[in-house]
Design a protein around this ligand. Structure first.
Ligand SMILES: Cc1cc2nc3c(=O)[nH]c(=O)nc-3n(C[C@H](O)[C@H](O)[C@H](O)COP(=O)(O)OP(=O)(O)OC[C@H]3O[C@@H](n4cnc5c(N)ncnc54)[C@H](O)[C@@H]3O)c2cc1C
Length: 398
């Protein structure tokens, strides 16, 4: 991808606060509330010039993590299937949006499960989707048991970036019209639920600000990764949900790039958030059983007649569903710096200031689509950290 294109993408996604897909540069005039509607900053936010430096050193990398986004061209599979005596409600295939959409997606799945008259529910999977669906079901009065071969911190969901990205790699553009309404419903439901998770001990969810940096004006480009399909971009539909981003005038920020946008977005401190979800589930009487299923018929052994299948990428093997495509993603974490409160998107990197580590992600790189390889490539993360160090060294201080 051309640097210019990619930076624009950065502007339209993270700057957008949030409706953050992988693609998304649309004309500034077309978005009601997202990035493209960015206002030009008329006043300075003092913080813009006083950002704490990130200690971007490769010897501060605490871990390099890889996972596969469970992408489906048509979007998440949320539907019921009869399996002999059992009803299985599928809830998988959320691409790069699983955390963001989880509460909305779980609500749809729960309504389907309730339509069977079930009072007991088995949830297969303990990632973002399984945990939130299980909690919603408990709150609706069902007795819930989670079955999963791995639990946090060993599930793929724990390796996500932790941003509000409800339309990131959520479907292929050609399928977007069919998904749009359901996506919007899930997004609005999730967003509302996230507001009730703010201000909790351990800050599982919080608002942050961040900066998209570009060497070219933010404009109308599509930042597609060359070997990936064009993805659905739904940001226009929910532009009213999140604060507008603001373009900062040259000289009003410390960055070397001439074009800078400040965005405001929700961030999930995933370690703390997953811990919160697990504790809530257990405190409400939920049980968790570590168990692996190899084929759908294994589910007959479970006592619950209604099940939710929240196995993410695992659904590809378990249900032989080749429509689930792995899209590889890699992040590195640096030693946490509580004083760093801002995100960044610049060049080939994205930075998320999580409480469990400053997350540095390579973005826009090729070779990830339909790539199930979860071997970490440390050299790629080291290069990203060096790029960040270079940016830090060029920032004006004071
Ligand atoms: C690099 C990267 C960054 C991302 N960043 C974000 C982000 O910022 N925001 C966002 O919203 N999303 C993000 N995502 C996407 C998000 O991580 C996924 O959409 C989400 O994790 C999917 O959750 P899940 O619960 O469906 O799957 P998983 O987390 O994979 O959970 C699946 C569960 O099912 C279990 N399971 C699977 N197969 C079986 C089996 N056969 N038997 C028993 N149990 C089984 C597993 O053990 C696990 O418990 C990112 C993804 C990547 C790769």
């Amino acid at each position: 991808m051309q640097r210019r294109q990619f930076l624009c993408q950065a502007g339209a996604t993270l700057a957008a606060a949030s409706t953050v897909g992988l693609v998304g540069c649309t004309p500034a005039t077309t978005r009601p509330g997202g990035s493209a509607a960015a206002a030009v900053g008329t006043h300075l936010q003092t913080d813009d010039r006083q950002l704490a430096p990130i200690h971007a050193q490769i010897d501060r990398i605490t871990g390099v993590y890889v996972c596969t986004r469970p992408f489906r061209a048509a979007g998440p599979r949320i539907e019921m299937e009869r399996l002999g005596e059992k009803t299985v409600v599928h809830n998988y295939g959320h691409g790069g949006s699983g955390w963001s959409l989880s509460w909305g997606s779980g609500t749809l799945a729960l309504h389907m499960a309730q339509s069977t008259g079930a009072t007991e529910l088995g949830v297969i999977g303990c990632g973002a989707i399984g945990l939130t669906t299980a909690l919603l079901a408990q709150r609706a009065g069902l007795a819930v048991r989670i079955y999963a071969k791995e639990l946090p911190p060993d599930v793929f969901s724990m390796r996500a970036s932790g941003l509000w990205t409800p339309d990131s790699r959520i479907c292929q553009a050609t399928h977007a019209p069919a998904l749009a309404e359901r996506w919007e419903m899930m997004t609005r439901l999730s967003y509302a639920r996230y507001q009730s998770l703010l201000g909790l001990p351990g800050q599982p969810v919080e608002w942050i600000e961040g900066y998209s940096l570009s060497d070219a004006p933010f404009g109308k480009f599509h930042g597609d990764v060359p070997d990936e399909p064009e993805y659905g971009d739904f940001s226009d539909r929910v532009g009213d949900l999140t604060p507008r981003s603001v373009e900062l005038a040259p000289g009003s920020h410390p960055f070397p790039e001439p074009y800078v946008r400040r965005y405001t977005t929700l961030m999930f401190n995933i370690s703390s958030y997953a811990n919160y979800l697990l504790n809530e589930f257990r405190a409400a009487g939920g049980h968790i059983e570590v168990r692996e299923f190899h084929q759908p018929s294994d589910l007959h052994a479970l006592p619950e007649r209604t099940l939710v299948n929240a196995t993410g990428y695992g659904a590809r093997a378990l249900f032989k569903d080749d429509s689930v495509i792995p899209v590889r993603g890699q992040t590195a974490r640096l030693i946490p710096q509580p004083e760093v409160r801002y995100g960044l998107r610049s060049g080939n990197i994205s930075v998320v200031p999580r409480s469990d580590g400053i997350l540095v992600q390579v973005i826009g790189d090729a070779g990830n689509f339909n790539n199930p390889d979860t071997t970490p490539h440390r050299e790629a993360s080291e290069a990203a950290v060096r790029e960040l160090a270079d940016l830090m060294s060029q920032m004006r201080r004071g």
